[in-house]
Design a protein around this ligand. Sequence first.
Ligand code: NAP
Length: 294
Amino acid sequence: MSESNPKARIGFVGLGIMGQSMAAHLLAAGHTLRVYNRSADKARALVEQGAIWCDTPGTVAAGSDVVITMVGYPSDVEQVWLGADGILPHAHKALLIDMTTSSPELAQRLAREAAQRGCRALDAPVSGGDIGAREARLSIMVGGDAAAFAEALPILQRMGKTIVHTGGPGSGQHTKMCNQLVIASTIMGVCEGLAYARTAGLDLDVVLQCISGGAAGSFQLNVMGPKIVKGDHAPGFMIEHFLKDLSIALAEAGRMKLALPGAEQARKLYAQLVDEGHARDGTQALALLYGAAR
Ligand code: NAP
């Protein structure tokens, strides 16, 4: 790992399930860390460890060389980057990294606006879940200028293990959409397999033990499978965010005239779960619709 310059003052906006753990790794690496989150209480643990609370994303940016955002939706990214109290109006020649899963189009627009204001912008969404964030083992897919990627790499290495420059602005978000499409059809397969096992009267723990190490093995089977068997629906990764991702991927695919029947089906099922009150459950709660969960 290359050493991140401990003198780099880092700002972090968005301290939810993912952001809190990611920001904590940067603080532990010795960086001065300025933080902001919509609900201030989520910053408390970091502030107790030495992070500096700021009242707006703009104040975070004004005191930082590098600003990282990890909010929920593209609309949140627009607000924290472009709002009057936002990052871009207050950043000075900073490196700005959006790690939210957001739209490729917005990432391209932010890269243009950042350049016009003398800043560098990267889109750097992640995969690996809350566990990956806690253990600093995220996969990070980074779109943007190669020199900005080189500058960001030592900082990203504090949060992730597989860090890849995927191409120009927006390519990180496009790569993340590929990731979400693979997950969408995989989690449906996991639910079908476990529904079949339950209906056939098999012991689900034994089934998981048998098939997890074989050709069906995957993060979705090996991590979500046991949660499904236990009836544990806590997030991890929230259904409302997965639905957001599927909508972005299907909109991009529509623009490219590409049919994605697996993703269409997953979007329909996850929309049904949101209608039934499961928006903030973990994605493994899909099993409820298959009769695979307790
Ligand atoms: P989360 O727990 O909802 O965290 C998002 C945080 O951003 C929340 O604390 C929220 O504040 C804050 N926020 C939203 N809008 C804001 C604004 N305008 N100003 C300031 N703060 C704002 O979600 P998460 O699970 O950490 O996910 C974050 C992003 O990573 C999402 O795009 C998600 O799709 C993606 N992702 C998640 C996972 C996962 O496994 N969880 C994995 C890969 C990627 P409040 O506390 O007030 O709501």
